[in-house]
Design a binder for this molecule. Sequence first.
Ligand SMILES: Nc1nc2c(ncn2[C@@H]2O[C@H](COP(=O)(O)OP(=O)(O)O)[C@@H](O)[C@H]2O)c(=O)[nH]1
Ligand SMILES: [Mg+2]
Length: 136
Amino acid sequence: MKTAPHATAIPLRTPLFRGERRLRIALVGMPNSGKSTLFQAVSSTSIRTGELAGTHRAYGECAVQIGLDEARVIDLPSIHSLHHLEHDDRVTLQYLLWGDDLPPVSVHEPGGPPAPFSPPDVIIQVVDATSLERHL
Ligand SMILES: Nc1nc2c(ncn2[C@@H]2O[C@H](COP(=O)(O)OP(=O)(O)O)[C@@H](O)[C@H]2O)c(=O)[nH]1
Ligand SMILES: [Mg+2]
Protein backbone atom coordinates (compact mmCIF):
# COMPACT_ATOMS: atom_id res chain seq x y z
CA MET A 1 0.00 0.00 0.00
CA LYS A 2 1.30 3.45 -0.89
CA THR A 3 1.65 5.96 1.92
CA ALA A 4 0.70 9.56 1.49
CA PRO A 5 3.73 11.68 0.56
CA HIS A 6 3.46 13.77 3.75
CA ALA A 7 3.27 10.76 6.11
CA THR A 8 6.54 10.08 7.95
CA ALA A 9 7.24 7.17 10.25
CA ILE A 10 9.03 8.27 13.40
CA PRO A 11 10.93 5.30 14.83
CA LEU A 12 10.29 4.67 18.54
CA ARG A 13 13.29 4.28 20.77
CA THR A 14 12.82 1.00 22.58
CA PRO A 15 12.57 -0.18 25.19
CA LEU A 16 10.81 2.75 26.76
CA PHE A 17 11.35 3.49 30.43
CA ARG A 18 7.81 2.70 31.44
CA GLY A 19 6.11 0.42 33.95
CA GLU A 20 8.67 -1.85 35.61
CA ARG A 21 11.46 -0.17 33.65
CA ARG A 22 10.70 3.37 34.77
CA LEU A 23 13.55 5.17 36.47
CA ARG A 24 13.51 6.38 40.04
CA ILE A 25 15.17 9.78 40.34
CA ALA A 26 16.14 11.19 43.73
CA LEU A 27 16.84 14.87 44.41
CA VAL A 28 19.54 15.33 47.02
CA GLY A 29 21.25 18.39 48.42
CA MET A 30 21.75 20.72 51.34
CA PRO A 31 18.90 22.73 52.90
CA ASN A 32 17.61 25.55 50.67
CA SER A 33 19.40 24.27 47.59
CA GLY A 34 16.11 24.20 45.64
CA LYS A 35 15.10 20.52 45.78
CA SER A 36 11.44 21.12 46.64
CA THR A 37 11.15 23.96 44.13
CA LEU A 38 12.43 21.66 41.38
CA PHE A 39 10.16 18.85 42.59
CA GLN A 40 7.07 21.09 42.56
CA ALA A 41 7.97 22.32 39.07
CA VAL A 42 8.10 18.82 37.55
CA SER A 43 5.64 16.93 39.73
CA SER A 44 2.22 15.66 38.83
CA THR A 45 -0.80 16.12 41.05
CA SER A 46 -0.52 12.69 42.71
CA ILE A 47 2.22 13.42 45.24
CA ARG A 48 2.74 10.81 47.92
CA THR A 49 4.37 12.09 51.08
CA GLY A 50 5.79 10.40 54.13
CA GLU A 51 8.62 10.48 56.62
CA LEU A 52 11.81 8.49 56.42
CA ALA A 53 11.54 5.78 59.09
CA GLY A 54 12.78 6.86 62.50
CA THR A 55 12.96 10.55 61.54
CA HIS A 56 10.59 13.50 61.23
CA ARG A 57 12.04 14.32 57.82
CA ALA A 58 9.46 14.43 55.06
CA TYR A 59 9.90 13.15 51.54
CA GLY A 60 7.64 13.59 48.51
CA GLU A 61 7.29 11.14 45.68
CA CYS A 62 5.42 11.41 42.39
CA ALA A 63 5.14 10.03 38.88
CA VAL A 64 6.45 12.19 36.06
CA GLN A 65 5.87 11.77 32.34
CA ILE A 66 8.94 12.54 30.20
CA GLY A 67 7.85 12.25 26.60
CA LEU A 68 6.85 8.60 26.22
CA ASP A 69 8.93 7.57 29.24
CA GLU A 70 7.88 7.59 32.88
CA ALA A 71 9.89 8.29 35.99
CA ARG A 72 9.30 8.57 39.68
CA VAL A 73 10.87 11.60 41.29
CA ILE A 74 11.61 11.82 45.00
CA ASP A 75 12.17 15.04 46.93
CA LEU A 76 14.44 13.79 49.73
CA PRO A 77 15.09 15.44 53.09
CA SER A 78 18.17 17.68 53.01
CA ILE A 79 21.58 16.30 53.90
CA HIS A 80 23.43 18.80 56.07
CA SER A 81 26.92 17.35 55.95
CA LEU A 82 28.71 14.18 54.91
CA HIS A 83 31.48 14.71 57.45
CA HIS A 84 29.75 14.54 60.82
CA LEU A 85 26.67 12.51 60.02
CA GLU A 86 23.64 13.23 62.16
CA HIS A 87 21.15 10.41 62.61
CA ASP A 88 18.60 11.85 60.19
CA ASP A 89 21.22 12.49 57.50
CA ARG A 90 22.38 8.90 57.93
CA VAL A 91 18.84 7.63 57.32
CA THR A 92 18.68 9.63 54.07
CA LEU A 93 21.97 8.04 52.99
CA GLN A 94 20.64 4.61 53.95
CA TYR A 95 17.70 5.19 51.64
CA LEU A 96 20.06 6.16 48.79
CA LEU A 97 21.98 2.92 49.31
CA TRP A 98 19.30 0.39 50.14
CA GLY A 99 15.85 1.85 49.59
CA ASP A 100 13.23 -0.47 51.06
CA ASP A 101 15.76 -3.17 51.75
CA LEU A 102 18.02 -3.57 54.76
CA PRO A 103 21.58 -4.82 54.35
CA PRO A 104 22.35 -8.06 56.23
CA VAL A 105 24.67 -6.15 58.58
CA SER A 106 21.77 -4.11 60.01
CA VAL A 107 19.05 -6.76 60.33
CA HIS A 108 19.50 -6.75 64.13
CA GLU A 109 18.76 -3.02 64.34
CA PRO A 110 15.28 -1.90 65.39
CA GLY A 111 13.01 -0.19 62.87
CA GLY A 112 12.25 -0.97 59.28
CA PRO A 113 13.83 0.20 56.05
CA PRO A 114 14.04 3.98 55.56
CA ALA A 115 11.36 4.20 52.85
CA PRO A 116 8.69 1.97 51.30
CA PHE A 117 10.19 2.06 47.82
CA SER A 118 13.36 0.97 46.07
CA PRO A 119 16.59 3.00 45.96
CA PRO A 120 17.11 5.51 43.14
CA ASP A 121 18.47 4.63 39.73
CA VAL A 122 19.53 8.23 39.26
CA ILE A 123 20.63 10.79 41.85
CA ILE A 124 20.42 14.49 41.03
CA GLN A 125 22.40 16.73 43.34
CA VAL A 126 20.75 20.12 43.58
CA VAL A 127 23.09 22.98 44.46
CA ASP A 128 22.73 26.71 45.05
CA ALA A 129 24.85 28.16 42.23
CA THR A 130 25.52 31.30 44.29
CA SER A 131 27.15 29.20 47.00
CA LEU A 132 28.91 26.43 45.12
CA GLU A 133 31.83 25.90 47.49
CA ARG A 134 29.56 25.16 50.44
CA HIS A 135 27.16 22.95 48.47
CA LEU A 136 29.83 20.84 46.76
N1 LIG B 1 16.83 32.66 43.03
C1 LIG B 1 16.41 31.41 43.08
N2 LIG B 1 15.82 30.98 44.19
C2 LIG B 1 15.43 29.70 44.25
C3 LIG B 1 15.63 28.79 43.16
N3 LIG B 1 15.17 27.59 43.52
C4 LIG B 1 14.68 27.72 44.76
N4 LIG B 1 14.83 28.99 45.21
C5 LIG B 1 14.42 29.52 46.52
O1 LIG B 1 15.27 28.95 47.50
C6 LIG B 1 14.55 28.70 48.70
C7 LIG B 1 14.70 27.26 49.11
O2 LIG B 1 14.12 26.43 48.11
P1 LIG B 1 13.59 24.98 48.44
O3 LIG B 1 13.15 24.40 47.14
O4 LIG B 1 12.60 24.99 49.55
O5 LIG B 1 14.92 24.26 48.94
P2 LIG B 1 15.12 22.78 49.58
O6 LIG B 1 15.40 22.98 51.02
O7 LIG B 1 16.35 22.24 48.86
O8 LIG B 1 13.89 21.98 49.30
C8 LIG B 1 13.11 29.10 48.41
O9 LIG B 1 12.86 30.37 48.96
C9 LIG B 1 13.02 29.13 46.90
O10 LIG B 1 12.06 30.04 46.45
C10 LIG B 1 16.27 29.30 41.96
O11 LIG B 1 16.49 28.60 40.99
N5 LIG B 1 16.65 30.61 42.00
MG1 LIG C 1 12.67 20.90 50.65
